[in-house]
Write a protein of this length. Structure first.
Length: 324
């Protein structure tokens, strides 16, 4: 099958068009790095929702709950290990951030398992009910976060090793943004390899196309789908931890706020497409940073405008899933 490269070309096209509008090459490089980092953090959070919709046909409007839980759990662990966060040692900083991120993924994954069993499982195949019950789950989760962690925002300073920026001549690129780009690319590569190059990925994709046949061959496809939901929730927790460090504050509404960007990204990419989600996230991140610098007054609606323009061009998204 011929590969469609046109959506991928939108990423460098947006960057090239922004260069003369930004004016300063130094500012353009900084904004581009910031946009890529922001986009890849959004991709990490959106990839979980893309998996659950693309492979399980589940519209989970409660996805923001897993993002928020991941942010709060990571913040709690990092605050408990604050002496390691503040010392000028990369290894001690990583020794604090690593367990925090792992705890965020584990707790979000466990929450996702419970969410699937209690809330999602009774409404498989019923999109309207899925929207209603998962939205209710998000509201309840936000209130529970306020009960457990309190209503006030938590200030979360980055570890010493991730503060400041790399200087390349006159260009300054924040260290944390470089880390965010690396993590985002690793997650994308892992998802692509798992879904396209492994036996588990083959079984999952086969189960989507013909679940009864896969069951007849002796595979427990339902368990695989639950595993997909848990993995998607864990990725949301990872993204929440990264976003909390990005903003350096964590609130109970962090999940609902980011969920808007997440849904814009998966709609732009083509509902259920991991590749489309990746391209859409980068476009959202880049356009938000460029427009925020060039025309701050219209920055708030820039993502909606981007989504509208892309859907006018391709109503099903950049890389629509064939079965839809």
């Amino acid at each position: 099958m011929k590969k469609d490269w046109l959506p991928l070309l939108l990423i460098p096209a947006v960057a090239v068009v922004a260069l003369p509008l930004v004016g300063s090459p130094t500012s353009w490089v900084t904004l581009t790095a910031a946009g890529l980092a922001m986009g890849l953090m959004i991709f990490v959070m959106a990839s979980g929702l893309t998996l659950t919709f693309g492979l399980m046909d589940v519209l989970n409007f409660g996805h923001g709950a897993f993002i928020a839980v991941g942010a709060f759990v990571a913040a709690s662990v990092m605050l408990a290990l604050s002496p390691w966060m503040t010392v000028d040692s990369l290894w001690l900083n990583l020794a604090a951030v690593g367990p925090a991120v792992l705890a965020a993924m584990v707790v979000s994954g466990v929450l996702g398992w419970g969410f699937e069993r209690v809330i999602v499982r009774p409404v498989y195949g019923q999109h309207l009910r899925q929207i209603l019950v998962t939205t209710g789950g998000l509201i309840v989760a936000e209130q529970l976060l306020k009960v457990i962690w309190g209503p006030d925002q938590i200030t979360l300073a980055r570890p010493t090793a991730l503060r400041g920026a790399f200087l390349l001549g006159d260009v300054a690129i924040e260290k944390y943004r470089v880390l965010a780009v690396i993590v985002g690319l690793v997650v994308f590569a892992a998802l692509a390899i798992t879904l396209n190059r492994t036996r588990i990925g083959l079984l999952i994709r086969a189960g989507v196309e013909n679940g009864e046949m896969v069951e007849a061959l002796g595979y427990r496809i339902r368990r695989l789908f639950v595993g997909v939901f848990v993995a998607g929730s864990a990725l949301a927790g990872l993204g929440g931890a990264m976003w909390g460090l990005y903003q350096e504050t964590v609130t109970a509404a962090i999940g609902a706020q980011v969920a808007v960007l997440v849904f814009i990204v998966i709609i732009i990419g083509g509902l259920g497409s991991v590749g489309g989600c990746f391209v859409g996230a980068l476009l959202v991140g880049l356009s938000a940073n460029y427009i925020g610098f060039i025309a701050p007054k219209v920055a708030l609606g820039s993502n909606i405008l981007l989504m509208a323009l892309i859907l006018l061009w391709r109503p099903q998204g950049l890389y629509p899933v064939a079965k839809r």
